[in-house]
Every structure is written in C-alpha cells, then in structure tokens.
Write a new protein. Structure first.
Length: 91
C-alpha cells in the first residue's frame, strides 16, 4: 500500500486499487524515481543496502530511504535507532 500511495502522489504508473497493485522494481517519470526491494549499488562493501523503498527526487537531487518495521509498542524507539544505524552508510 505504501508503494501504491507513493505512485499516486508522484504520478507514477499504478493500478486503480491498492490491493490489486503489483509494485515494479523501478517506477519512474521525469521528476521522480521509486525503487522497490532494489539493491543499491555502492563503491564499497555495505552489508545493509537493500531498503524496502527508495524515493528519489530528481529535481531536488535527494533520496528518501523507507524501510518498514512492525515492532511492539515498547520497541518503537529501539527499532527506529536500529534502522537509522544500518542505513547510515547509504547517505
């Protein structure tokens, strides 16, 4: 559903209903690129380089890494710190 909502927001190709949407590995238009379950190519060896989604804004030349987790209520902050640490090298 997250992929579908991002496709709708950035006017990328998507199905009319979220539950029938089949995400493409790469969805792209002239201003935005959305990568789903895509290994990020790096110059050096990085263990964690396959986030759930990467949203690339071509006009602002920026990228947003989206990695989904479903922790219990008492582990939300710990999980957030874990995600930030494992993807820090992709910055």
């Amino acid at each position: 559903m997250i992929h579908w909502e991002l496709c709708r927001k950035y006017k990328l190709e998507h199905h009319g209903k979220w539950y029938e949407h089949q995400p493409e590995f790469v969805s792209e238009n002239e201003s935005t690129k959305l990568l789903w379950d895509f290994m990020i190519q790096c110059d050096n060896s990085i263990k964690h380089r396959k986030p759930d989604l990467v949203l690339i804004d071509k006009q602002q030349k920026s990228a947003t890494i989206i990695d989904v987790a479903c922790p219990g209520d008492n582990r939300i902050l710990a999980k957030e710190v874990d995600k930030i640490e494992i993807y820090d090298k992709l910055k």
